[in-house]
Design a protein around this ligand. Structure first.
Ligand code: ADP
Ligand code: MG
Length: 380
């Protein structure tokens, strides 16, 4: 049974009728452009065929009542009077409502059933999917216009200020604005986007190392501070404003760590633009090489990879039919991503699973992904 069928069926069982509205919002994987978002740079994620779904109907009052199938738990709050709590999944929905109301939007209540198949905490951004599904639900029942970048900002505010996770704009933006068959180039300064077709005859494969690291927050804050130090040294707002020639001419005056971090970010922005050009040219080979170079830069200059990520990436790169591979997401654990020739993807997945298991004694998860649309409204 699909998740769509699951939420619709559970809705019928609970309310005795079909849902008036069904919404979905996808998780994502970033193909290239890592740790560039908070430097006002470029990222190139795609929305994946795993999503958070909500089946719902409007209410005539201001209550929001949701049943989470995956947690088997009920949550509710009143839009005129709600506060932060330690309510897990419900906080993402409350946070999204809070951000929308802060911006002056008038929201109506609704009730429904929530479920998803984005793995939780794996780095595929189930939280952004939940925020964007919530925003889609609120806009549907409140007769508001769906504006992807505005909604993405609400989701980011929810995550930053309500849930308390310091994330950039990428996850919400791709979940809101993705396009089937395409990756999305996002300019993290202007929030302009460009849909770029994926190379033909190739598939995106996500490889979860089955490792999660603590201390990620402090490492992330440290990297951000080092990038800011480098930007200040160059006298610009963000590293987005420094090109490679300027960097090379003046890098010697920078402290060693900010210098390495800046070198990654500046090169990664260039690689991301080169990757877009490669995609428009249907050039999977060049795209793959840029992914490989991105991994080395994240490993050596930005220093956010891990033993398991390096094993997974090298293993992927060694397979026939693999154009390229890299760690993806914040780092220190989580997932790697590869671009693989369609006809060889079965063998690729089997071989990577076996050898990774042998080498690490860990059980990886492999997701062969299709690029889907961003948040959507689907009639009941
Ligand atoms: P990630 O975004 O990397 O998947 P996070 O820790 O940021 O991991 O977000 C995961 C949280 O999002 C879950 O703990 C849960 O609260 C919420 N969430 C995601 N998907 C669902 C779902 N299908 N049902 C209920 N809550 C969900
Ligand atoms: Mg998240």
């Amino acid at each position: 049974m699909t998740v769509h069928q699951k939420v619709s069926q559970a809705f019928k069982a609970q309310f005795g009728q079909s849902p008036a509205v069904v919404v979905r919002a996808p998780g994502r994987v970033n193909l290239i452009g890592e740790h560039t978002d908070y430097n006002d740079g470029f990222v190139l994620p795609m929305a994946i065929d795993r999503a958070v779904w909500i089946a719902l109907r409007p209410r005539s009052d201001t209550r929001v009542r949701i049943y989470s199938l995956d947690y088997d738990s009920h949550g509710d709050f009143d839009l005129t009077d709600f506060a932060k709590a330690d309510d897990g999944w419900l906080e993402y929905i409350k946070g999204t409502a809070w951000a929308m109301q802060q911006a002056g939007q008038t929201l109506s209540g609704w009730e429904g059933v929530l479920a998803g198949d984005v793995p939780l905490g794996a780095g595929l951004s189930s939280s952004a999917a939940l925020e964007m599904a919530s925003a889609r639900a609120f806009t549907a029942v409140s007769d508001l216009k769906w504006q992807p970048s505005a909604m993405a900002l609400f989701g980011q505010q929810a995550e930053n200020h309500w849930v308390g996770v310091n994330c950039g704009i990428m996850d919400q933006m791709i979940s809101a604005a993705g396009r089937a068959g395409h990756a999305l180039l996002i300019d993290c300064r202007s929030l302009e986007t460009e849909a770029v077709p994926l190379p033909p005859d190739s598939v995106v494969v996500v490889m979860d190392t089955a490792t999660r690291r603590g201390l990620v927050d402090s490492a992330y804050n440290e990297r951000r501070a080092q990038c800011e130090e480098a930007a200040a040294y160059f006298g610009v707002k963000a590293l987005r404003d420094v090109d490679l020639l300027t960097f090379e001419a003046r890098a010697a005056g920078l402290n060693p760590l900010p210098r390495k971090r800046a070198r990654h970010v500046i090169n990664e922005n260039d690689r991301t633009m080169a990757a877009v050009a490669a995609m428009w040219a249907d050039d999977a080979v060049t795209f793959g090489r840029l992914m490989n170079a991105s991994h080395i830069s994240l490993r050596d200059d930005f220093e956010v990879s891990s033993t398991e990520l390096n094993i997974m990436v090298e293993l992927a790169q060694a397979q026939g039919g693999c154009y390229g591979a890299r760690m993806t997401g914040g780092g220190f654990g989580g997932c790697a991503v590869a671009l693989v020739c369609s006809t060889q993807v079965g063998e690729f997945a089997a071989e990577v699973t076996d050898v990774y298991q042998l080498k690490t004694r860990l059980e990886p998860n492999i997701y062969i992904c299709q690029a889907t649309n961003g948040a959507e409204l689907i009639a009941g």
